[in-house]
Design a protein around this ligand. Structure first.
Ligand SMILES: [Fe+2]
Length: 166
């Protein structure tokens, strides 16, 4: 059971609605935390002529993913859903592909990041649509997540020579 016991003073959502909204936020939380972890890995292991801009850009994105994950988790708690950001949960539940261990060339980092951001943004968009049917007050945070991810994806994609990721 992921809901807190006392629901008397919580926003007036039905039990099933509350649980589903919570699960949509939880799935988003897991992906944001995983992005922040793999982002640090890439921040450390990127090599090549684009090392410095990518190294710095990754830290900016990590800050954004961490801030968004905090907001998502707190929105879940506000409706009585206990978010799970534990490392074991992230490891077992994340749908995001792991990055390779080792030094990674800058163009590989750009390509890998673009693929992952596109996948995460697509799933977040589907949750945003679902939350629109369930709870507009929780949908807005996922809209914010989608906006941020799609902007980051554009900025990463723009670093590929023709703007397309192969
Ligand atoms: Fe650093």
């Amino acid at each position: 059971m992921t809901l807190t016991a006392n629901t008397a003073q919580l926003p007036p959502l039905g039990v099933h609605q509350r649980e589903e909204v919570g699960q949509q936020l939880q799935a988003t939380l897991v992906e944001l935390i995983d992005l922040s972890l793999l982002g640090k890995q890439l921040h450390w292991t990127v090599v090549g002529p684009l090392f410095r801009p990518l190294h710095l850009q990754l830290d900016e994105m990590i800050d954004s993913w961490r801030e968004l994950s905090d907001t998502v988790a707190e929105r879940a708690v506000a409706i009585g859903f206990i978010p799970d950001g534990r490392s074991a949960t992230i490891a077992s539940d994340t749908p995001v592909h792991a990055v390779e261990l080792g030094a990674l060339e800058d163009r590989v980092v750009v390509r890998d990041l673009a693929h992952r951001l596109a996948d995460v943004a697509e799933r977040a968009r589907a949750r945003m649509d679902r939350l629109g049917e369930l709870d507009a007050a929780r949908q807005d945070v996922v809209i914010e997540v989608v906006r941020a991810l799609e902007e980051q994806l554009w900025m990463i994609r723009a670093q590929c020579s023709n703007g397309r990721v192969r």
